[in-house]
Ligand binder design. Sequence first.
Ligand SMILES: [Zn+2]
Length: 236
Amino acid sequence: MIEQLLKYQEVDAGLRKIETELSGSEARKKAVSAKKFLESVDDTVAKLDVKAAELAHIYDNLKKESEVLSGQREEFTGALEHAVDENGLNYLAKKADELYAKIKNLSQEAGKVAEAMQAVYKEYAGVRNNIKVAQTQYAENAKIYNDLKASKQDERSKIESELKELEKTVDAGLMERYKAKRANKIFPIVYEINTVGKSHFCGYCNMELPMTVKPKLNNGEVIECDNCGKLLFLKK
Ligand SMILES: [Zn+2]
């Protein structure tokens, strides 16, 4: 029963080769990375939105505060014109100067916030540009990949129908075990056991098999390597 499975695996190798070629193709890699970027970019844009809103809020507050202080300063400078004694004049002039200094500070702060806003807008523009690049990269490479896939379709169908025929000759339980491993992208799956003296070793990872499997092996059963998970058989 192992011969049929080995034959199946031999034909299956052709299918595996096509799959590896497709999944390892440059076009697929490029399309996948572009898609990943496009999927993650919403997050980036959302973060920029929050940042921009925060900065706009800070900027507005600074502007309002500055307007209030300017109003107060105007009152003081207006009063200056009507001040009579020197003490009063000095007091008002001092107040007006203090307010002027505060307004100047606020204006500098607002300038910094405006710069930060500019930086955010620049980032927006950069992201928009990257989106365009990624969209183009995705579209181009998805097409190349699909063309490549289509070019392999005939060969693939031929192998698949051959496998379907071969499958009828393989023990159903064994086939199921094989297919489960195949689905986990393990390949090749079936290996012959190496025998040295009385000891048996996995034909793939070379781990020594426990004595307890001996009766099974002598019975012609297919066992699984505890270490690498390959299906193992003992050649009679
Ligand atoms: Zn092994």
